[in-house]
Design a binder for this molecule. Structure first.
Ligand code: G
Ligand code: G
Ligand code: MN
Ligand code: NA
Length: 254
């Protein structure tokens, strides 16, 4: 209850911020995007990560204004990278199932793009497979609206759901993000190596881009490059960082 009360005030008190984790092209080894990750600087509890408060935000409906803030802030930041002359750096935003089910996401995205001036193709929304288990018709129509705008859709935590492959067939997905649990064991477990190789090959046949998450070792990165994974993300390449630090990293020559 106190968390709910605090959450209600957090937006007006400007306590939320976005961290950015770099995403690298595996071929060129340069930054092609960043995943925005929400943080809450709680006045007493310190820096909180989404698992500590996002479910409360969903249950109370606060996820709607919060989600609006997140998408707006992410677009504004990515528009700034572009104005600073860094070329096409995309921003990926996590959207929770509750946000999509409540509707209104396409309008929120439209407003954020208009306000920021960010080209639609530089915004990617990360949806989870849990969203697609039920409510598939309404989810499908949201995805189509986003696609018509030119916004990209990524399937997050890919491979952890019941029927990941069927989602890929049914939904208009631009990108899959191979879940960390596969990436972490890709050089030690033959089965996971097979799964990752197959997912990459299959996604490419369907014209879907592949991002590997949770890349922590040079061996994992080498495996993924060898099997033509398009984009790498993980502590090896860069941790989530405050906006200033990410901009600073963009300024560095590779
Ligand atoms: O950095 P990490 O601890 O941020 O993220 C933990 C979890 O929180 C992940 O599952 C991630 O997808 C989720 N998450 C991070 N940022 C956001 C956000 O802005 N909105 C939503 N809905 N989830 C987020
Ligand atoms: O659910 P989602 O994939 O959006 O969550 C991403 C989460 O993974 C965030 O909490 C982020 O901080 C974390 N993360 C990012 N890179 C790595 C990594 O290399 N290793 C681990 N263990 N976690 C990571
Ligand atoms: Mn994500
Ligand atoms: Na993920």
């Amino acid at each position: 209850l106190t968390l709910e009360r605090d959450l209600r005030m957090a937006l007006s008190r400007d306590e939320f911020s976005l961290y950015f984790q770099p995403q690298f092209s595996s071929v060129e080894n340069r930054i092609v995007g960043a995943e925005a990750l929400l943080r809450w600087q709680h006045p007493q509890r310190g820096l909180l990560r989404p698992p500590e408060f996002i479910s409360v935000a969903e249950e109370t409906g606060l996820i709607v204004p919060l989600g609006e803030w997140i998408i707006g802030a992410a677009c504004a930041e990515a528009a700034r990278w572009r104005r600073d002359g860094h070329g096409a750096i995309a921003v990926a935003v996590n959207v929770s199932p509750a946000e999509v089910r409540r509707g209104g996401i396409p309008a929120v995205v439209r407003a954020a793009l208009d306000r920021s001036g960010l080209p639609a193709h530089l915004l990617e929304l990360e949806l989870t497979e849990t969203l697609m288990i039920d409510s598939s018709e309404s989810v499908l129509s949201v995805m189509r609206e986003l696609k018509n705008m030119g916004v990209k859709v990524a399937l997050d935590d890919f491979g952890t759901g019941y029927s990941s492959l069927s989602y890929l067939r049914r939904f208009p997905v631009d990108t899959v993000k191979i879940d960390q649990s596969f990436v972490h064991t890709v050089v030690t477990q033959a089965e996971d190596a097979s799964i990752v190789r197959s997912v990459i090959a299959m996604a490419h046949e369907l014209g879907v881009e592949v991002i590997a998450e949770g890349v922590e070792t040079p061996e994992q990165a080498a495996f993924l490059r060898r099997h033509h994974c398009d984009v790498l993300q993980g502590y090896l390449l860069g941790e989530p960082m405050v906006a200033d630090a990410f901009r600073h990293q963009l300024d560095q020559p590779v």
